[in-house]
Design a binder for this molecule. Structure first.
Ligand code: FE2
Ligand code: FE2
Length: 230
């Protein structure tokens, strides 16, 4: 019995010393391997919704300011709406319209949903156009009635929260069942190429940085402020 225990300990020691922990160099190489794994199209679209939600938070804050009779930060609003126009409407929604919705439309699946989503993209662009117009070059005490701006922000937030949530929970999960693995992978590559073509090397990460800067200007960046008091 004693001999058996000794043998077990010997073999355990052998195993431990034969497989030392991962060295920093190996860790680094596994990190870079991870970075080389292409991002899937659905993960790509969902993280872009994360940027959209962060801008909705900015819109929320500015809406509250207007409702509380405070002067909104027009310049921050203008830059936020510009991000919506370039990154969400000009890129993210274009990907949905050119690559995602047609898959469902061709297959005759969820077509009522894609119809509504398309209509909402059109409505969103009109709202953004007006938000850009009303937030441009505004100074405290400007001529424009901030109530009109508040109405646009309210309508935009109200539409985009359920819009993105429906895409995340219904449309995107159904995509994989309609295309082959190869097509899915190719779609991911196309999305990545388009992202870098439009937004350079920084791509998505650059946009996250940009929205973080906007949040900092409104004191919305510190995440812990949203935790309820204990
Ligand atoms: Fe959409
Ligand atoms: Fe979307």
């Amino acid at each position: 019995m004693k001999k058996a225990i000794c043998v077990t300990i010997f073999f355990l020691a052998l195993v431990v010393f034969s497989f030392p922990g991962i060295t920093p160099a190996e860790e680094k190489s596994s990190d870079s391997k991870l970075a080389a794994i292409p991002i899937s199209p659905v993960e790509d679209l969902m993280r872009e919704h994360g940027v959209l939600r962060r801008i909705l938070l900015i819109y929320d804050q500015e809406l509250k300011d207007i409702e509380n009779h405070k002067t909104p930060q027009y310049e921050v609003l203008f830059r936020s709406a510009t991000m919506i126009r370039e990154f969400i409407e000009g890129y993210h929604e274009k990907l949905e319209e050119d690559h995602i919705f047609p898959v469902f439309e061709k297959a005759g699946k969820l077509t009522d949903l894609t119809k509504t989503l398309r209509q909402q993209h059109v409505a969103g662009r009109e709202l953004t156009q007006s938000i850009l117009r009303l937030s441009k070059d505004q100074r405290p005490g400007g001529q424009e009635d901030p109530k009109a701006l508040a109405g646009l922000l309210r309508a935009f937030i109200r539409m985009y929260r359920p819009h993105a949530a429906r895409e995340d929970t219904v449309l995107f999960p159904a995509l994989r069942g309609l295309i082959s693995e190869k097509e899915y992978e190719a779609m991911g590559d196309q999305f990545e190429d388009k992202e870098h073509e439009l937004f350079g090397e920084a791509g998505f990460e650059g946009k996250v940085k940009e929205v973080s800067e906007l949040e900092k200007e409104l004191n919305l960046y510190e995440l812990s402020q949203f935790t309820p008091p204990q």
